[in-house]
Design a protein around this ligand. Structure first.
Ligand code: ATP
Ligand code: MG
Length: 773
């Protein structure tokens, strides 16, 4: 350990307080190690036990009730010493020790100051082989007597060591788990204290609590653990190895054995990425298209079949096998990594970075056995894809795209007035409640009729609404939608109007991320549509700046993409922790898995919540539990959760799983009936999903479920056409928009609140601002 000469020394007036020596050692060590300490090196000092308010700022003397510390913060030292000099107080007037404390103050002359000999000795100790120190400790029968202050310092050092995040983290590298680390550290402490020699103690005391002492102790600790806890280490090692996710490209040996060519169609929305990839897909002898949504898979399935290329459809819920087809359109989660393809398309590849679903895209990219893989997406994951391709050895070709026509921002906005809505507008709101409020207001105060698209609607209903909106020959000329329109759908939208630019993230309202704003705004003015020139604006003037900011913002450069273990990995991991409950097992896996810098473990809160609910069901295998956890269910909908529990119980009891749900007779007459239809459809969808993921014979009512689902989708479509009721408020606490006599007003812009500093825009700023999305 390099040491500078002790030109300046901290002089410390101390008392016999237990913690004082620790404090002193911290200070003196830092000071001794730097001949000319800079302010940042010595301030703030770590006074772990001294109340903050008593830690006076420099350059004052700090007088505490129990002891006095005299510090030199600015180079104007209280005691300036050259090497080997003894400390001499320059000024004593400032020492305001109260009489009642004087008896506790040591004579400075007797205080230990590190001598040159001692420092040389310390340097030797610092260089010693940890194994040798460990052996010496082991062979020592009794600790040597130490001074009170050194003893206290040592205790403090070990207290810090056993709580050290650094040490606990380092210990993982030698397979000492974080839950076992405190126990191991505690045992190491007793071992050390019972055997330590004075020179070692003095050296540690000179380092004081903190990382230096930890770095010195750690290798000795490792030697101790290797000998004392071989079984724990072995067990933990096996567990960690079974949760090793550091080389995901090695998981797919067959794909690695292939010479794959990856073509990255990289560009903004509406630039022809998917179109070009699909051309290659259709030309291929055998192809697969991986979609981010069921809806888009259905769209490609229809489009490709209409063009004369036989194509099947595979989603979690449906399998439509087209006879003699060599092409398949599927959702990305369903793609097979066993099948061989000539061409594969992975659409919306930037979803690799999605915190929950990202793993499905990563798996497809790593595992697909295709000679040619076309990735379509924005540039945010381009760098990660480059890195992955260099790991896999695949050839990467980049094709960059520009938007067909720039997106134009209308600077005048709606100025809060929904009556400004025009044919071909799509109003985007981020909650179901707002969607219905907007629809209600537009239909009440204008002659326009609205179609709606939001996530809770079945894909069939969303498609039906999209078709209704795209079709010229009806009165439905306005679309009100959630961010569910953001991906891939080709709609005849002239203008995207953001009702607001904040959404609920499950906890609080947050601004909509720029990437999502771009994606949604990009729905306006698609090539080949009735409105090839896209416009976008906001309802409120206050949101406009944020919209422009988002559209101008360059794409993020994503550093890490999602991963999730396969069942086989979880099973292997479970082997190390027998009898552990499944939800706990997942938690443990998350704690112990190792990832390299290009990956993160996808969030599994949703999975854990289902795992918890299913915990009390007996008779489910680990694999059953794992599969049930991926069932598509809205975990915030108690009715849907109840049905999932019921399905799992019947399955566990080896009974045929019943739908046990009635069919409504007519379309919804109010919002609660509409909500009920949505939930029923989701339950049926879940039944169909389960039937495709478990033995089919255990789910004998698939046909019935399909019929019911189609009928409910139809009822939902009918309900939406006549829906003119106020939405049910699921969140009583949320502020509601107020209606004015002559119109409709939305609540205050959240973006405005967030960006209070933004300057006011003049109302007559009517010039159009061109921004390329
Ligand atoms: N070369 C082309 N000839 C005819 N139509 C095209 C061509 N390229 C693209 N299009 C049409 O332009 C529209 C937008 O193209 P596409 O869906 O491929 O864009 P994208 O870049 O994938 O957009 P997004 O990011 O929104 O998915 C589609 O309707 C598509 O059919
Ligand atoms: Mg696309």
């Amino acid at each position: 350990m390099a040491r500078g000469p002790a030109k300046r020394l901290l002089y410390l007036y101390s008392c016999k307080q237990n913690y004082l020596s620790g404090v002193r050692n911290c200070l003196s060590t830092r000071f001794l190690h730097h001949s000319q300490p800079s302010k940042s090196q010595i301030y703030p000092f770590p006074f772990p036990h001294v109340p903050k308010k008593l830690q006076l700022p420099p350059p004052h003397f700090t007088q505490l009730t129990k002891f006095c510390i005299f510090l030199d913060f600015h180079g104007h030292s209280l005691c300036t010493l050259s090497e080997n000099e003894k400390p001499v107080l320059k000024s004593t007037e400032s020492i305001q020790c109260k009489a009642d404390h004087e008896d506790m103050i040591c004579n400075p002359e007797t205080e230990t100051i590190v001598s040159e000999d001692e420092r040389l000795n310390f340097a030797k100790i610092a260089e010693r082989d940890p194994l040798e120190i460990y052996k010496e400790l082991k062979d020592t029968l009794k600790a040597e007597k130490q001074s009170r202050s050194d003893w206290d310092a040592l205790n403090e050092i070990f207290r810090c060591f056993s709580r050290s995040g650094w040490a606990s983290n380092q210990a993982l590298a030698v397979y000492i788990g974080s839950s076992f680390f405190p126990t191991a550290a505690h045992k190491f402490c007793s071992f050390f204290l019972k055997r330590c020699k004075t020179d070692l103690v003095k050296y540690l005391a000179s380092l004081g609590p903190g990382q230096e002492a930890e770095k010195f102790l750690f290798p000795i600790f490792v030697e101790f653990c290797m000998e004392e806890f071989p079984d724990e280490i072995k067990r933990f090692r096996k567990m960690v190895e079974s949760a090793d996710m550091t080389k995901p490209h090695t998981w797919f040996p067959f794909a690695r054995a292939m010479k794959r060519k990856i073509i990255y169609h990289c560009g903004p929305t509406n630039s022809g990425k998917t179109y070009n990839a699909l051309q290659r897909f259709m030309e291929a002898k055998k192809g697969v298209y991986c979609s981010p949504l069921r809806l888009l898979a259905m769209e490609v399935f229809d489009k490709v079949n209409a063009l004369g290329v036989y194509c099947s459809l595979l989603t979690g819920q449906e399998k439509k096998d087209f006879p003699f087809s060599n092409h398949v359109a599927c959702t990305v989660e369903m793609v097979s990594t066993d099948e061989l393809y000539d061409v594969a398309v992975i659409d919306e590849i930037q979803m690799m970075a999605d915190p929950c679903r990202g793993y499905a895209w990563t798996r497809a990219l790593l595992g697909l056995k295709a000679d040619e893989i076309h990735l379509c997406g924005d540039p945010s994951v381009l760098n990660v894809v480059r890195k992955i391709c260099s790991d896999t050895g695949d050839e990467l070709v980049e094709q960059h795209y520009e938007r067909f026509k720039p997106l134009v921002v209308e600077a005048k906005t709606f100025l809060g007035d929904l009556k400004k809505v025009r044919s071909g507008d799509c109003i985007v709101a981020f909650s179901r409640r707002e969607i219905f409020e907007v629809k209600l207001a537009i239909e009440k105060y204008t002659n326009h009729r609205c179609c709606v698209i939001y996530g809770a609607l079945p894909p069939e209903t969303r498609r039906q609404q999209a078709a209704l909106f795209n079709d010229q020959d009806n009165e439905f000329d306005v679309l009100v939608a959630s961010d569910a329109v953001g991906m891939g759908l080709n709609l005849n939208i002239r203008r995207i109007v953001f009702y607001n630019l904040a959404k609920y993230n499950g906890d609080k309202m947050v601004p909509v991320p720029a990437s999502q704003v771009k994606q949604i705004a990009g729905r306006a003015g698609r090539r080949g549509s009735r409105y090839p020139d896209g416009l976008t604006t906001t309802l409120h003037l206050e949101d406009l700046d944020y919209l422009i900011e988002c559209l101008k913002k360059p794409f993020d450069d994503v550093k890490r993409v999602g991963l999730f273990p396969f069942f086989e990995q979880v099973e292997l991991f479970a082997g190390q922790l027998p009898d552990m409950k499944f939800s706990k097992l997942l938690e443990k896996f998350g704690e112990n898995c190792r990832l390299d810098g290009s990956y993160f473990l996808c969030q599994h809160l949703h999975i854990k919540k289902i795992a918890n609910m299913l915990e009390r069901i007996q008779g489910l295998s680990l694999e059953d539990r794992f599969n049930f956890c991926f069932a598509p269910v809205n975990i915030r909908d108690p009715k849907a959760m109840y049905h999932l529990l019921r399905f799992a119980s019947s399955y566990a009891q080896k009974l045929p799983v019943n739908i046990a749900m009635g069919m409504p007779k007519c379309s919804a007459r109010n919002d609660s009936e509409l909500l009920d239809l949505e939930t029923r459809h989701q339950v049926l969808s879940m039944y169909l999903w389960l039937s495709n993921h478990f033995e089919e014979e255990r789910f004998p009512y698939v046909k019935k479920a399909e019929t019911m689902a189609t009928d409910i989708a139809q009822l939902l479509a009918e309900s939406l056409i006549k829906a003119n009721w106020k939405p049910e408020s699921r969140n009583a606490g949320k502020s509601k928009p107020q209606e004015k006599e002559d119109g409709y007003e939305r609540p205050m812009s959240l973006i405005k609140l967030r960006e209070g500093k933004r300057h006011e825009r003049s109302e007559n700023a009517e010039q159009l601002e061109k921004v390329t999305a």
